[in-house]
Design a protein around this ligand. Sequence first.
Ligand code: CO
Length: 134
Amino acid sequence: MIGRLNHVAIAVRDIAAASQLYRGTLGATVSDPEALPEHGVTVVFITLPNTKIELLEPLGADSPIAKFLEKNPDGGMHHLCYEVDDIHAARDRLVKSGARVLGSGEPKIGAHGKPVLFLHPKDFNGTLIELEQA
Ligand code: CO
């Protein structure tokens, strides 16, 4: 059911410093930061030949990554995003097998303008999983 690894997301405290680390030290192509107030984050995307890295900085008081950064003050890997061909079919199959979809259970429009869902990390080996419509 799952397809390509769309991106690996890393939560950071300072997205400008993290962007410079990837751009300068690691020599990667880094996008300009984009504020996504409806998701409570500012994001940049780093394009690699085979996938992307998403850097996430908290935006606003009730950012969903604020707690994560409290527990991981140096930042850390936050989620993996897999592509699926049909996000509603994927959701239905996962719910049927007992997996928990976060939030309302309905896909939201994510950072790439495509529908996304998040799956509970306790159901997937302690890893938060994002599914994105391919
Ligand atoms: Co993501």
